[in-house]
Design a protein around this ligand. Structure first.
Ligand code: GDP
Length: 324
């Protein structure tokens, strides 16, 4: 299909064409990469009209149950929801944490929801890049709430936080002293903490909320216009889910009013450009014949202490320049 036609069909909301476009973006065949970037160029004017929400939490905390409840609520009030995932775990374990079980069964049958599993078998950088681009395609297709889910392990949270407007941390009610065990780094990324499974013990969840608020109080605020709230919910019993949407709207309102919403998107776009540039440069560098010719021996010389890392880096760069 011609790219212009594919772009038009995506904008008209054809799910099949959206799927096709995403497949093109996820393809790692070099001949597809030009088409993928041309498609993104065509769609770019139709992107941006959504709220992008990141969700993280350890396996078992209830992410898919929450997203199912939240997503169904959103479609019931007229929104169109896309659910994407960043799960580079397949790279390490051979299997994916997010993708193995049947997840969000009801939401996946909802015609106003679009669920796409994490692109597989790539580095975190590669997965993040494809997810960002998929997010743009979904926006062009008219999805106005984009949820990007990730597992609560390591770097993937930073990658997701840097592509969304709002980053949500799902937690369980914990006793005060357990709070210290929660990675401070993740708390610092959060725009809200949602305590899931509050139905197990609402009182405990309320107590835990206070403890989270106290803990948040001593962290450096992420935004000058937003104080991180804590919400106990039950995804299983569908309680507190509406409040989360109310909070997101409040956030969007406050951030838009202050200009921080646009500011953040702009700086995310510029950061993204730099990270793509660095990736591409690295790719060019590693593919350079002169570099390849001496790479192993230079690396070995550094390991053995024959050359300093600084001198070695300079030598590789010289080889790269000459081979250009
Ligand atoms: P994920 O690994 O984070 O996606 O977690 P799941 O959504 O698969 O949930 C893990 C388990 O917790 C499942 O057995 C869910 O039924 C259960 N669960 C999820 N949300 C709730 C909740 O709000 N209350 C209770 N009691 N159980 C829940």
């Amino acid at each position: 299909m011609e790219l212009g036609v594919l772009a038009d069909k995506i904008i008209e909301g054809s799910r099949r064409s959206l799927g096709k476009g995403i497949t093109l973006i996820e393809s790692r065949k070099p001949e597809h990469s030009k088409d993928a970037s041309a498609l993104l160029d065509l769609l770019l004017p139709h992107t941006g009209n959504s709220i992008r929400v990141g969700i993280t939490g350890v396996p078992g905390v209830g992410k898919s149950t929450f997203i199912e409840a939240f997503g169904k609520y959103l479609t019931s009030i007229g929104h169109r929801v896309a659910v994407l995932a960043v799960d580079p775990s397949s790279q390490i374990t051979g299997g994916s944490i997010l993708g193995d079980k049947t997840r969000m069964e009801e939401l996946s049958r909802d015609e106003n929801a679009f669920i796409r599993p994490s692109p597989a078998g790539d580095t975190l950088g590669g997965v993040a890049r494809r997810t960002r681009e998929t997010m743009l395609l979904c926006e062009a297709a008219g999805y106005d709430v984009i949820i990007v889910e990730t597992v609560g392990v390591g770097q993937s949270e930073i990658a997701v936080a840097s592509m969304v407007d709002f980053f949500m941390l799902l937690q369980l009610a914990t006793a005060g002293d357990e709070l210290q065990g929660i990675k401070k780094g993740v708390m610092e990324l959060a725009d809200a903490i949602v305590i899931n499974k509050a139905d197990i013990d609402w009182q405990k969840a309320e107590l835990s909320k206070q403890q989270y608020l106290n803990a948040l109080h001593i962290l450096r605020p992420k935004s000058r216009n937003w104080t991180v709230p804590v919400y106990p919910v039950s995804s299983l019993e569908n309680r507190g889910i509406e409040d989360i949407w109310g909070m997101l709207q409040e956030f969007k309102g406050v951030m838009e009013e202050s200009g921080e919403f646009d500011e953040k998107r702009k700086s995310q776009a510029v950061d993204w450009m730099w990270s793509l540039l660095m990736d591409d440069l690295k790719g060019m560098f590693m593919a350079n014949k002169n570099v390849q010719g001496i790479f192993e021996s230079v690396q070995e010389a550094v390991a053995k202490g024959i050359t300093t890392p600084g001198a070695a880096s300079k030598r590789l760069l010289d080889a790269f320049r000459k081979g250009w």
